[in-house]
Design a protein around this ligand. Structure first.
Ligand SMILES: Nc1ncnc2c1ncn2[C@@H]1O[C@H](COP(=O)(O)OP(=O)(O)OP(=O)(O)O)[C@@H](O)[C@H]1O
Ligand SMILES: [Mg+2]
Length: 225
């Protein structure tokens, strides 16, 4: 699904000391599966996700997504790919403050209809959000509940790829595992990329990519798994 070659990202190219956030990364990702991305803070995990999902333009290199060179397409075309094919879960949930839980999930849907409402409710139930929370605005939900609403929102359009950056950071262990089970199930048909500091939640992943200082692999093994 993704074919990445020589991906480089320099955040401040004009300064004397060029800071490479990604240093010529090569990577191939399949059509489906749960892929974990781990590595120390500052190793480039978020930058890699932003580049793959077109939220950031890399300094150099190629990202081929289903035959399309993502670094070469126009802004409207990037927006279309993001809207129709990608789902996003960030560490912060970015819910709409004046909307209830169900409406926050439907926001991602193309238009409001009974069918969409039912689907949003099913997703929320799957993620352990009870019916009595459905109408609550984010300020009246816990941090973990907000995060699960954001996860339902990311799944609402059946994206081909879900990009999740620390999706379980605000959850306790049981809820983190529960959310990972839901993402694992989704990954049986689609691709799910999960950045995390907590390796234990990746026990069911199909592959773990270790990042180290802008590269894949660790100083010890120097290799991708
Ligand atoms: N907007 C930015 N401007 C300048 N430098 C940045 C920017 N974003 C990230 N960097 C730098 O790029 C490097 C990689 O950052 P990135 O956010 O990708 O790391 P990360 O692995 O996601 O870290 P964390 O686990 O803390 O989220 C870091 O050295 C960081 O300081
Ligand atoms: Mg990060």
């Amino acid at each position: 699904m993704f074919e990445v070659k020589n991906l480089c990202m320099i955040y401040d190219p004009d300064t004397d000391e060029k800071m490479y956030a990604l240093k010529g990364l090569d990577l191939t990702l399949p059509d489906k599966g749960l892929i974990g991305i781990i590595g120390p803070s500052g190793s480039g995990k978020s930058t890699l996700m932003y580049c793959l999902s077109t939220l950031k333009q890399p300094t150099e290199g190629s990202i081929i997504y289903n035959g399309t060179e993502l670094t070469g397409i126009s802004m409207p075309e990037k927006e279309r790919v993001r809207r129709e094919e990608f789902g996003f879960i960030f560490q912060k949930h970015y819910l709409v403050p004046y909307m209830g839980a169900v409406d926050n999930v439907i926001v991602a849907g193309d238009q409001k209809s009974r069918g969409l409402e039912r689907k949003a409710e099913e997703l929320l139930l799957d993620l352990g959000i009870k019916e009595k929370e459905f109408g609550k605005k984010p300020a009246r939900l816990s941090g973990g509940q907000c995060q699960r609403v954001a996860i339902a929102r990311a799944m609402m359009n059946d994206p081909r790829v879900i990009f999740a950056d620390e999706p379980t950071a605000s959850l306790d262990h049981d809820n983190a595992f529960h959310v990972m089970d839901v993402l694992k199930k989704y990954s049986e048909e689609r691709l799910v990329l999960v950045v995390t500091h907590d390796k234990s939640i990746l026990k069911n992943s199909d592959r773990i990519i270790e990042m180290w200082d802008g590269e894949i692999g660790t100083p010890e093994n120097g290799a991708d798994k």
